[in-house]
Ligand binder design. Structure first.
Ligand code: AMP
Ligand code: ZN
Length: 114
């Protein structure tokens, strides 16, 4: 997608603080962090929303979760805990339409989310 912010981050056209990369996904620091750790994990493949995840993408989505959990463990969040969030469309507050998993950690969080 030529006009996608996160595709541009993936391609290095927009700078970001990359903290994780493998052959399927990329993790980078959120520009407006909501907690001491706030990292976004995106598939290298452009997928707009959770609605657009195809059956063939199931492993890819699972991969985002394992990559995020690994970083959470590396940063020492495993015992106290962390949140993994994927917003879909307007009611959930999705603002960037390239699938992304938020890893949020380092402070207590309320539930339910606002
Ligand atoms: P969402 O609201 O779930 O679509 O999340 C989009 C996230 O992308 C927000 O937390 C933003 O702070 C973050 N964001 C927007 N632009 C950038 C950027 N250039 N680099 C890193 N994170 C960004
Ligand atoms: Zn994209």
């Amino acid at each position: 997608m030529s006009n996608c912010l996160f595709c541009k981050i993936r391609d290095g056209q927009i700078p970001s603080k990359i903290v994780y990369k493998d052959d399927l996904c990329l993790g980078f620091e959120d520009i407006n962090p909501q907690a001491p750790t706030h990292v976004l994990f995106i598939p290298l493949k452009h997928i707009a929303t959770a609605n657009d995840v195809a059956m063939e993408d199931r492993e890819l989505v699972g991969h985002l979760y394992t990559a995020a959990a690994r970083l959470a463990q590396q940063r020492g969040h495993a015992d106290k805990g962390y949140r993994l969030v994927m917003n879909c469309n307007d009611d959930a507050g999705q603002t960037v339409f390239h699938l992304h998993l938020h890893l949020i950690a380092g402070r207590p969080m309320g539930w339910p989310p606002g």
